[in-house]
Design a protein around this ligand. Structure first.
Ligand SMILES: [Zn+2]
Length: 242
């Protein structure tokens, strides 16, 4: 059975797997296998509490190296005063009860006005309001992304065959072998600088599929500070769940 443990540190949560080895005499070692996957190598007889303490002491380092798991998305309730992100800004919701009709989302002066029929309650209300917002974000994505794609494509000297807006909860965007770029509609929740990074990242894959040195150098032509933006996107991504 795999031995696992967990450490909470500030707002972050670290989950780790323990690999015990007879060859290891005294020391423990933490490695990060990939983002969110922490492995602790420990001698056979190390008590669990010592391993946990060891991880806790290295929590800062682990988090800086991407070892923390994405925090749980905030529970959306879609009530007045709550806010949703758009282009990196928190946009407040003002919810109005209406007698009938569909749920309606409108956006004006950086505020969401949401009409919700009185008869809707509980899960039904939640899912209908959520769909109305998804439809709104999809429309915005279809409006905002193509010009940015065009500008970045010019900088990089590439041309996508199509740009589609999709619901991909696990990723921001993807680039298919046939040159089609697919963007998560949640992309427009992010600040413009990060949207441009997402766009340029996929466009650069039109030239180079892998994330090798050549790829990053090519991407840097359009986004010289891509390292910084990539880091910010990782931090930001955790807030964007919906
Ligand atoms: Zn990539």
């Amino acid at each position: 059975m795999t031995e696992r443990g967990e450490v909470a540190f500030g707002d972050s949560r670290i989950e780790y797997r323990v690999v015990r080895s007879a060859r290891r005499r005294k020391t423990m070692e933490v490695t990060i296998d990939k983002p969110g996957r922490v492995i602790v190598a420990a001698p056979l007889d190390t008590p669990e509490s010592r391993i946990n303490e060891f991880v806790r002491r290295r929590a800062g380092w682990i988090i800086r190296h991407d070892g923390a798991v994405a925090s749980m998305p905030p529970e959306r309730r879609f009530v007045s005063g709550e806010s949703l992100p758009y282009l990196g800004r928190a946009v407040r919701l003002s919810v109005h009860r209406v007698e009938q009709g569909p749920v309606k989302v409108s956006f004006q002066h950086w505020q969401f006005d949401v009409d919700v029929p009185d008869a809707l309650h509980g899960d039904e209300r939640h899912s209908q309001v959520r769909s109305a917002f998804e439809a709104w974000y999809r429309k915005r994505a279809a409006l905002k992304l193509p010009p940015r794609v065009e500008r970045m494509a010019q900088l990089l000297g590439v041309q996508p065959s199509a740009v589609l807006i999709r619901n991909q909860s696990q990723r921001w965007a993807s680039c298919a072998p046939d040159g089609t770029l697919r963007f998560n509609w949640r992309t427009v929740m992010a600040p413009p600088a990060l949207i441009d990074y997402i766009v340029a990242h996929e466009l650069a894959h039109l030239r180079i599929r892998e994330h090798n040195a050549e790829y990053w150098a090519f991407l840097a032509q359009a986004v010289p500070d891509y390292r910084l933006r990539r880091q910010r996107l990782r931090e930001y991504g955790q807030q964007l769940c919906f």
